[in-house]
Design a protein around this ligand. Structure first.
Ligand code: FAD
Length: 476
């Protein structure tokens, strides 16, 4: 529990309306988009929620947390899939929704953003200036740039443009021990010292808090074009993906959807009617107009040669948008098939994608669960969803997830391509990093956050927990 004295000081720092303590308000900040955790899905209420207005208030709060030793759970929009923004033992949720200023610095091709800015707003404001912010998580209409940096979010355009970390030039941040630092720079190049931006990006709020970021922008591509290709089998579609990449056609996005995931959004894809294909690829290209048209025709030929029985090219903005809207709707739409899903995001070297799709299906079959797969084929990053039927308990979830992670690692892959570890995967991290890998991460944490106040119960497994003595409150 946060001591009453500390709560009083929090109220003074934040001013009227800045500190939530009522039960309804606390409940709203006790969960995020994580569908499942092997440690149990019980919700833990925070003791309070802070809504700071500026970086100085945040820094004062971190100093106070060190003095009174209470946990801080940073929160963007709560769209994280691995429980990163959920309290695990009470403490203070620090929500960045009121820190949402941004400006485009068009002469520098950069943007200065506060952590609470919604990602799609950065994309839109950049486009208005003729510029382009490439990272595009499917949750872009809701998630924040602070959450994207903390998770090093990927998304639809990573195959050509990379992930969030590739666009963060500099950060203003406060570390767990309350030291405020400038990491990186406002320039496109900087090799001044250790790369602290890369350390903080993807650290899931366990080392410090992002207070402001400088992002790299690119010139807006002249044209975009999307191809939809329908295949009889998932194997054919998964094999076509690496063929498109090795043909050097440079797709901006290369997305795979299997039969079940297509079924969920078929009403948004009118050309499918009732005839659902076995699998589908959605491929987008960008660049100069003539060049894009030539390359998309080459992509179509590859798909047809490898078994696509139907293709459609969309170059109008409206038709393209509809396709990508349907793609972005898959995750929530999977609820139509089953009330509960074990939702993982493993990644493998791209040439092994077809083996991953096959193996993931076999694990489902063996465990009596329907397996729905979709995702960023261009990155070898697959969202594997095991669907648990209504009325059944996800009793074998831990076993199914472990089998999938072992498969991904045996194919040379990783247990998380973009959703992070949070609470949902922390018990599996050792499978990938080994004990030595965990120990070195714990040493970094100890150096930057010696009292263990930053997002405890996340990323590192239970035996590394830094606040074992903190009293849990109001669990349900
Ligand atoms: C429908 C759907 C589609 C998605 N698609 C994608 C996708 O394509 N690609 C992808 O990568 N992810 C995707 N995600 C996952 C999620 O949207 C991303 O992880 C996103 O980056 C989370 O942002 P958020 O603002 O919601 O952060 P939250 O969920 O609030 O927090 C995420 C993590 O960041 C930490 N954090 C938040 N703000 C800060 C800060 N200022 N400083 C330090 N730490 C902070 C939190 O403590 C937590 O650990 C999807 C999620 C959903 C629900």
């Amino acid at each position: 529990m946060i001591e009453p004295n500390a709560l009083k000081k929090l109220g003074e720092i934040l001013g009227p309306g800045g500190l939530i303590k009522d039960a309804v308000g606390l409940t709203c900040y006790s969960y995020d988009a994580m569908p499942y955790s092997p440690e149990g899905n019980q919700r833990v209420m925070p003791d309070a929620v802070a809504l700071p207005r500026d970086a100085d208030q945040v820094c004062e709060i971190v100093s106070l947390a060190n003095e009174f030793r209470f946990p801080i759970v940073p929160r963007g929009a709560g769209t994280g899939m691995t429980g990163g923004a959920r309290p695990t033992m009470g403490g203070l949720v620090l929500a960045f929704s009121r820190m949402n200023n941004m400006e485009i610095l068009d002469k520098d091709l950069t943007a200065r953003v506060q952590p609470g800015v919604i990602t799609s707003r950065i994309q839109q404001e950049a486009e208005r200036a003729g510029l382009f912010y490439p990272p595009d998580p499917a949750s872009s209409e809701a998630c924040t740039i602070g959450g994207n940096i903390a998770e090093n979010a990927g998304g639809l355009r990573a195959v050509k443009y990379g992930v969030t970390r590739d666009y963060v030039l500099g950060l203003d941040a406060v570390l767990g021990d309350a030291t405020r630092i400038k990491a990186g720079a406002k320039t496109v190049k900087s090799v001044a010292g250790l790369d602290m931006v890369s350390l903080l990006a993807g650290s899931e709020g366990t080392l410090g808090l992002v207070l402001e970021a400088w992002l790299k922008l690119l010139p807006l591509p002249e044209s975009r074009c999307t191809l939809l290709a329908l295949f009889e089998t998932a194997d054919q579609a998964a094999s076509a993906a690496p063929a498109i990449l090795t043909a050097r056609l440079d797709p901006t996005a290369l997305e795979f959807m299997d039969r079940y995931t297509i079924e969920c959004v078929a009403d948004q894809l009118d050309e499918l009617g009732t005839n659902i294909p076995g699998a589908m690829l959605l491929v987008e290209l960008d660049g100069g107009i003539g060049d894009t048209k030539r390359r998309i025709r080459d992509v179509r030929s590859i798909c047809t040669d490898l078994g696509a029985y139907n293709t459609r090219i969309s170059d109008s903005e409206e038709a393209r948008e509809q396709l990508w809207k349907a793609r972005k709707a898959i995750s929530p739409a999977l609820g139509k098939l089953a009330p509960f899903k074990i939702d993982e995001d493993v990644a493998v070297p791209r040439s092994r994608l077809a083996e991953l799709v096959r193996g993931a299906g076999e694990i489902g079959l063996k465990n009596g669960l329907k397996c729905a797969c979709y995702g960023h084929a261009g990155d070898g990053n697959l969202h594997v969803n095991y669907l648990v039927p209504a009325g059944e308990k996800p009793a074998g979830a831990e076993k199914v997830a472990r089998e999938l992670f072992e498969l991904a690692i045996s194919l040379g892959g990783t247990i998380s391509g973009e959703h992070g570890i949070g609470t949902a995967k922390r018990m599996y991290l050792e499978l990938e990093t080994g004990r030595a890998g965990l120990d070195i991460m714990a040493s970094v944490k100890q150096a930057l956050d010696p009292k263990g106040i930053m997002n405890p119960g996340k990323l590192l497994p239970k035996d590394y927990d830094t606040m074992p003595g903190y009293v849990r409150k109001n669990t349900e």
